[in-house]
Write a protein that binds this ligand. Structure first.
Ligand code: G
Ligand code: MN
Length: 256
């Protein structure tokens, strides 16, 4: 049968992968992958509640986090990258004073079942009571078996759970509903110019009131302006995160 696939010859693709692998190993071994931390504050007085850990790269060949995640994906080394990120978070937060609050860690669906998350020997497990695992609403959880049991297990060993990017995806949470978690993070698209969009305000209000009934706390993400912050606070949002408060940075940037 004629080759109707990519015009790219096999040999070039193989060479590309090798080059990518060299770059990826270089980044890992040279310590070019680091974690930035962005404050999450109380909506009322902007005092520290915690930080979201965000992966960053200072490798010249993989110069931003998107390139790094793509490389890991192509090389089937995403699990390794996730473990590296969580180990770094654990190193920082096991030494962080209580005033720094909780640390929010992004978790890909495929990492949810990583045994290191519950291993008593892993750094993050040891500080689980200070950790909130963020599960994004952007990746479908439909058809992922055992998710409710796994989330229950993670909560039992001390982790809290957040639904990330609520309102930005397809709400395909499968059997996990946001009301079975501890935090909901509103997607930036709901936050942007919320002060002048009545429909966004109604949506935020509904999410807040549903969450309140179930004891779930609400975080507004990507807050860039004072009117956005004030409106979210007035609508009952518990916490805020975004460039208005501080950009992600090395541990630890303080809110302005
Ligand atoms: O989906 P998730 O919560 O993981 O996304 C966080 C991303 O949003 C990070 O890459 C972070 O740098 C970025 N971010 C944080 N605050 C703001 C903000 O106020 N505005 C914008 N545009 N991006 C932000
Ligand atoms: Mn997040």
């Amino acid at each position: 049968m004629a080759d109707t696939g990519s015009a790219e010859p096999e040999i070039t693709r193989a060479e590309d992968l090798v080059r990518l692998e060299v770059a990826f190993d270089g980044a890992v071994n040279a310590g070019h992958i680091w974690m930035a931390f962005q404050p999450i504050v109380l909506a009322g007085d902007h005092s520290i509640f915690g930080y979201e850990a965000l992966m960053r790269s200072r490798n010249p060949d993989l110069p931003h986090v998107g390139a790094l995640l793509d490389a890991a994906d192509r090389l089937e080394r995403s699990v390794q990258l996730g473990r590296l990120a969580r180990a770094q978070v654990a190193t920082v937060f096991s030494k962080a004073p209580a005033e720094r609050g909780l640390v929010f860690v992004n978790l890909h669906v495929r990492d949810l079942f990583d045994p290191t998350l519950t291993s008593p020997f892993a750094g993050l497990t040891r500080i689980a009571r200070r950790v909130v695992l963020e599960i994004t609403e952007r990746t479908s959880l439909e058809g992922v078996d055992g998710i409710v049991d796994r989330v229950a297990e993670l909560r039992e060993i001390g982790y809290a759970i957040a639904v990330d990017d609520l309102g930005g995806g397809h709400a395909r949470m499968g059997h996990l509903t946001p009301l079975d978690t501890d935090f909901v993070k509103l997607d930036m698209s709901l936050v942007r110019d919320v002060e002048s969009h009545p429909v966004k305000q109604r949506l935020v209000q509904s999410v807040v009131s549903l969450c309140r009934e179930s004891g779930v706390r609400v975080i507004g993400e990507g807050v860039e302006t004072q009117p956005e912050a004030d409106t979210l606070r007035d609508l009952g949002c518990d916490y805020l995160q975004g460039y208005l408060i501080a950009r992600p940075g090395p541990p630890f940037v303080d809110p302005v």
